[in-house]
Design a protein around this ligand. Structure first.
Ligand SMILES: Nc1ncnc2c1ncn2[C@@H]1O[C@H](COP(=O)(O)OP(=O)(O)OP(=O)(O)O)[C@@H](O)[C@H]1O
Ligand SMILES: O=P(O)(O)OC[C@H]1O[C@](O)(CO)[C@@H](O)[C@@H]1O
Ligand SMILES: [Mg+2]
Length: 455
């Protein structure tokens, strides 16, 4: 068989990823026709409702000459189902936000409330205060459409958030005691790991409670989905810091503008901010180790750049170079309330190393480093239009899934279409910058920075 015949004759098996459903452990649950049938705003016509057979295929790009795609993974498509497993009169929904802030958090809350209220006629919606701990240690806040009306115009989370405080038994007991039968959890990787435990415990206790998560991470480090909400807004906001660093650097002899951007263990924000700015001379991310001195190092590169242009801009993701920064044993142990390691400030360290280097090699010549740390400014802002729209689609997708009886899932876009992904699968994946990917080569071709691979 020739290569082209081989390609023409290819057949691909689709393996549908199984999604947990309430009927897995409550087989006699009653179904109801969705209230969307009689909604003033929706006029369901052919194709409006989705069924079990509507799927999204995870991978869409293959080189057929190299890897024969013998099987694909497919996920259930997100969207309304005609038969649902809740009676609108009896829904009691809880919404919680956990972890750090991210642009769009309030939009997600607002759209959960508005979607439940307007589309499914739900009137019992509660906000859990201050993250997971709020389930068992604070009174819930009753939410309605009027109250959340303009929340999408506010940064942060009106419900408040926190780290730590995950007590599985207390949380699930509270879910039972307050009578919630739908729980919407908005948070990052840690939150998702907690959500998996909550879902497993709810399943173990055979509770009539649907659990959905909406991945939130300004770092964009959650796997499988295309990107996380708020990420684009953060990248956009980072442009202001980079522009300021550029102006400061340009306006001084041998000026260096240094910008530290968020990214605990991934450099997506730094990478995208660099690609979209074009003012950046060097982008440092945790996925690509770097070094300061010697051939191929940062200082040799900056020396050249200063000779050529008189100035340079360096962007560094906060999780970069942590092993290079001297720290005491006590500092090595420090973690936040969720157990995440607390980083030392790579920007402050780099600024001081730059000054030391210049003083040794160029004593007497003018030199300036302007360090800009917009850390919280890029995540404490209102979501931009694209992220706001994205948050709306995420929230509505989550509601439709829970109403349809699915549970233990995450709603998110895969190749531009919204899907339901089992929570445990997403909690186990991490989206890091692939430095073998053309995008990283693109960064390097724009900045012409070294690859920091010692020969
Ligand atoms: N492995 C885990 N099991 C149970 N709960 C967890 C786990 N990891 C973290 N959590 C809980 O999830 C919540 C949020 O975790 P964390 O502070 O790590 O933020 P995150 O969700 O990862 O968001 P961010 O993107 O801001 O880091 C906290 O209440 C924490 O206690
Ligand atoms: O809000 P905190 O606890 O200072 O956490 C900051 C961390 O949160 C994030 O914004 C999201 O994980 C990281 O980029 C950053 O390291
Ligand atoms: Mg996290």
């Amino acid at each position: 068989m020739t290569d082209s015949q081989h390609i023409e004759n290819l057949t691909i098996n689709v393996n549908l990823v199984r999604l947990p459903h309430l009927t897995d452990y409550l087989p006699n649950l009653q179904t109801h026709t969705t209230p969307l049938e009689h909604n003033n705003f929706y006029h369901p016509s052919n194709g409006f409702y989705l069924s079990q057979s509507d799927v999204i295929i995870r991978r869409t790009i293959y080189d057929l000459a190299r890897t024969a795609p013998s099987s694909h993974f497919a996920y259930h498509r997100a969207g309304p189902r005609k038969q649902i497993f809740y009676d609108q009169q009896n829904v009691r929904a809880a919404i919680v936000t956990c972890g750090g802030l991210c642009p769009g958090l309030n939009t997600v809350i607002r759209e959960l409330v508005v979607g439940l209220w307007e589309q499914y006629g739900v009137r019992e919606i509660f906000g859990i205060k201050a993250g997971y701990r709020g389930f068992y240690s604070m009174d819930p806040v009753r939410l309605d459409v009027k109250m959340v009306h303009n929340w999408h115009k506010r940064g942060g989370t009106v419900l408040e958030t926190s780290r730590g405080g995950f007590d599985l038994d207390k949380i699930v007991n509270a879910i039972q005691d307050y009578g919630y039968n739908q729980v919407y959890i908005i948070g990052g990787d840690g939150t998702l790991r907690g959500a998996v435990k909550i879902f497993n415990e709810i399943r173990r206790r055979k509770l009539y409670v649907g659990v959905a998560a909406i991945p939130k991470t300004v770092d964009n480090d959650v796997g499988i989905i295309d990107r996380s909400f708020g990420f684009q807004t953060a990248v956009e906001k980072a442009q202001q810091a980079i522009s300021a660093a550029h102006v400061e650097a340009e306006s001084a002899p041998n000026g260096i503008g240094l910008v530290k951007l968020m990214g605990r263990s991934t450099g997506h924000i730094a990478l995208y901010a660099t690609l979209s700015s074009r003012d950046v001379d060097c982008c440092l991310i945790p996925e690509n180790e770097f070094y300061l001195h010697g051939k191929g190092g940062l200082f040799e590169f900056l020396e050249d750049r200063l000779k050529q242009n008189g100035h340079a801009v360096v962007v560094v993701a906060e999780g970069t170079g942590q092993d290079m920064i001297p720290r005491t044993n006590a500092e090595k142990q420090v973690s936040d309330e969720s157990g995440n390691p607390v980083f030392l400030d790579v920007g402050v360290w780099l600024k001081s190393e730059l000054k030391k280097w210049w003083d040794v090699d160029h004593k007497g010549e003018l030199f300036t480093v302007k360090y800009i740390d917009p850390t919280y400014m890029i995540r404490a802002v209102t979501a931009n239009a694209t992220d706001n729209l994205y948050c709306t689609l995420l929230s509505h997708s989550a509601i439709h899934g829970v109403m349809a009886g699915y549970t233990g899932f995450v709603a998110g876009p895969i190749n531009g279409n919204y899907a339901y992904i089992p929570m445990d699968e997403i909690a186990d994946t991490k989206n890091v910058v692939d430095t073998k990917d053309p995008k990283w080569a693109w960064v390097r071709s724009i900045t012409t920075q070294p690859d920091f691979q010692r020969n």
